[in-house]
Design a protein around this ligand. Sequence first.
Ligand code: EPU
Length: 417
Amino acid sequence: MDKIIIEGGNRLVGEVEISGAKNSALALLSAGLLTDDWNTFHNIPKLKDIDTIKTLLLHIGAEIEEDGNTLKIRTRNPENLEAPYEMVKTMRASALVLGPLLARFKMARVSLPGGCAIGARPINLHLMALEKMGADIKIEKGYVITKAERLKGARIYFDISTVTGTENIMMAAALADGVTVLENAACEPEVSELANVLNKMGACIKGSGTDCITIEGVERLKPVIHTVMPDRIEAGTFMVASGMTKGDILIENCPIQHLEALATKLRETGMEIEIENNGVRATGHSLIKSVDVKTLPYPGFPTDMQAQMMAMMCIANGLSVMTETVFENRFMHVSELRRMGANIRIEGRNAIIEGRPFISGAPVMATDLRASASLVLAGLAAEGITEVSRVYHLDRGYERIEEKLAKLGANIKRVKE
Ligand code: EPU
């Protein structure tokens, strides 16, 4: 297992290029199951989670060709209409194959995900929606087995806004008979990108980016060529890295239009976030003002940036309150940040952080992707050496993060444990 070792204190300066969006790519590759000829996706990031979805798609029987960051996928004669436990437990987004398999091949067997480091994260809303669309659903031996000759359009209300739930049902509804209306649908940019790609494939989807999406089913979809948008969470993580190191980073191909909530908060801390010709410049200063943050579904402050923002508040001037409303257990980084000298108290869904002039390096480990990112950020700003173990979490969602940070001047290296 690899470890990342950081000697903190360096100011990060320079340019960084953002990779393709992980959560978009996962949904788009799953949508590749919906057509019978080659779909081409450019700008697919090189990540562990992408390897996992590739393994799953190959298991199903898709053909995959890869050239650099371009991935082609074609599904003609699937062998296994299923997502096995080994893959779903590695990555919950594996459940994204449920909608496409059921809609195109009339059946899907998908392992139910168990609990997860950040919350219970069930898929009951995905199943409720498919049942409303006429699917027959059984749970057997830890698997959900769904069957439908042809799904039927339905009016569906999600009582919690769910990103992969909205994506799954949008893909299923694209090939259903009749009109499906999704109310309280997720508005995340990844959902909109999937809707746009499905429309390029010949689907008829309106309203993506709002909380009411209408999908008129079609008989079949055609293959697509598409370039995945840049990853807003990776871009946001580099913005915070700049803020925490008094840095000056030009973030190339930064999807700033999807980062309004974060940029607003970072400006309140005293950072400058300016749009330039080649990207977005994020500049930090010695004084970091404390801010309160509440995570919400898009366009609210993203839960996927909560841990990183908390790392920043650990060295801010004053008290800040971070409220996590999306996941019930997403404060696992707190005890590790405390080991670095941070002063954080948890009260229910609130973390109260009393900023300190400095934190100090320590051996730490994380339990999920964004928590790992927050520890790397803390390490960049800390006095002394930080060793982050369980780097495989980081590799799930950040492409070559240590290389990108080193290029900006960080003293960071990856070593075998
Ligand atoms: N929920 C239910 N029932 C469901 C579905 C969701 O109760 O059937 C609950 C969840 O437990 C959670 C809330 O609804 O409390 C929102 O969960 P959502 O379904 O939106 O999350 P997700 O689709 O599983 C995606 C991203 C996550 C990101 C969340 C929220 C992908 C592959 N994953 O997860 O990304 O945090 O949306 O924005 O798109 C990450 O990249 O680090 C990551 C965790």
